[in-house]
Design a protein around this ligand. Structure first.
Ligand code: FAD
Length: 392
């Protein structure tokens, strides 16, 4: 068992952290306050090579594996401290772009991936609907074939990059009778007739990442934009994406927690009460220790999922354990960080105030904590040997 990163990986992580510190961190607080996406910063992320990192070179990508992509996500959040930009980055590169790379035809890959990799076209995934969240297999959006096009009707909810995106992987029902076995993936461009951005959502955290409804009203999608085989979209998109999501995308949380810990250590050494730095109180020391335990445990399980995927192995139970553990560890760490900062941690001037609002999303998005526990228990009890029908 080998736990060390190569010197190249360590150098790469430092390079990304420095980029994020220089480019992302300076405007992070303002973007949060104004709920604004950083278009200029996004452009620089594309130029730096972050946005297409996992895709092969021939499609404008960097050919990175899952672990290297995870290191980039981790370093991006560590250096930049902007959870919204991190979320938009993950939704674009991983859940938006990876299914096109993994399931797309050569023509689709050539058409879309270079534009996604450069950041020119922002990408996203449209799965969730107003009445189908955890029960994602119950989506109501329909796609009906009409000659050379599929006609889509329905509404998607909570779509990251919805207002800014140009290309979305959208799941729609092509055979209602078959339930989740009758769902097909499509590559939908925002310029297709009948595509509308619905209500933009004002969020508690991750505010620099735009989120909205997407509405399809007789939206015409060329049949050539079907992604993967008909009626197999649910399973195929999940299989193509989930371990990238749980081995790479959620790696940002490691960097976010590490950033909070460093801020807390510095603050605890500097802040004096009762004539002593608060770091001399055991109650504060134990919080720092607990934060460290959460960070290292999260790191181990996410790196494991990434490493397994890079070796061509799959472990659905580890992927769910990683998602569950990281999201709840993130909330614990943010809670302790606010506590260490005391009243100042509750004030918007401190980045720690933002961190607790940002951290909450992970227990909800991409499969809630309850759903992860349910999945893990089902796998333990033998009712399900792999990814079940409801996996998000
Ligand atoms: C900021 C943000 C960004 C998002 N981005 C995207 C995106 O880009 N693309 C996309 O498709 N989706 C996206 N989502 C949607 C996200 O994945 C869903 O919100 C999530 O899956 C939960 O669905 P829901 O909100 O409808 O909650 P519900 O499914 O209605 O759940 C409500 C509560 O009931 C619990 N619950 C539900 N079923 C069970 C059960 N069987 N057992 C026990 N408890 C249960 C849940 O755990 C939760 O506590 C995003 C959401 C947010 C908030």
């Amino acid at each position: 068992m080998e736990f060390s990163l190569t010197p190249e990986q360590i150098a790469f992580r430092k390079e990304v952290a420095k980029f994020a510190e220089d480019v992302i961190a300076p405007g992070a607080a303002e973007r949060d306050l104004k709920a604004e996406f950083g278009f200029e910063e996004w452009k620089k992320m594309g130029e730096f090579g972050l946005l297409g990192l996992p895709y092969p070179d021939e499609y404008g990508g960097g050919g990175a594996g899952v672990l290297d992509t995870c290191l980039a996500m981790e370093a991006f959040m560590y250096g930049g401290g902007d959870a919204g930009m991190s979320l938009s980055y993950g939704a674009h590169t991983i859940i938006g772009g990876v299914p096109i790379w993994q399931l797309g035809t050569e023509e689709q890959k050539k058409k879309y991936l270079p534009k996604v990799a450069s950041g020119e076209w922002i990408a996203g995934l449209g799965l969730t609907e107003p009445e189908a969240g955890s029960d994602a297999g119950n989506i109501q959006t329909t796609a009906v074939r009409n000659g050379d096009v599929y006609v889509l009707n329905g509404t998607k909810m909570f779509i990251t990059n919805g207002p800014t995106g140009r290309v979305f992987v959208v799941l729609a029902s092509t055979d209602k009778e078959k339930g989740h076995g009758g769902i097909t993936g499509f590559i939908v461009e925002s310029v297709f007739p009948g595509f509308k951005v619905g209500k933009e959502l004002d969020k508690m955290g991750n505010r620099s990442s735009p989120t909205s409804e997407l509405i399809f009203e007789d939206c015409e999608v060329p049949a050539a934009n079907m992604l993967g085989p008909e009626n197999e979209g649910f399973m195929q998109v999940a299989l193509a994406t989930l371990e990238w999501e749980r081995g790479a995308m959620i790696g940002g949380s490691i960097g976010g927690m590490e950033r909070m810990l460093e801020q807390c250590i510095a603050y605890a050494k500097e802040r004096k009460q009762f004539g002593r730095p608060i770091s001399s109180f055991q109650a504060i020391q134990f919080k720092l220790a607990d934060m460290k335990v959460d960070i290292e445990t999260t790191r181990l399980i996410i790196y494991k999922v990434a490493w397994l995927k890079d070796q061509g192995m799959s472990s659905p139970i580890d992927a769910s354990v990683a998602k569950l553990y990281m999201s709840e560890a993130g909330m614990r760490v943010a809670d302790q960080a606010v506590q260490i900062f005391g009243g100042y941690g509750y004030i918007k001037e401190q980045p720690i105030e933002r961190a607790i609002r940002d951290s909450k999303l992970a227990t909800i998005g991409a499969g809630t904590s309850e759903i992860q526990r349910w999945l893990i228990a089902r796998m333990l009890l033998g009712g399900n040997k792999g990814y079940p029908s409801s996996m998000w």
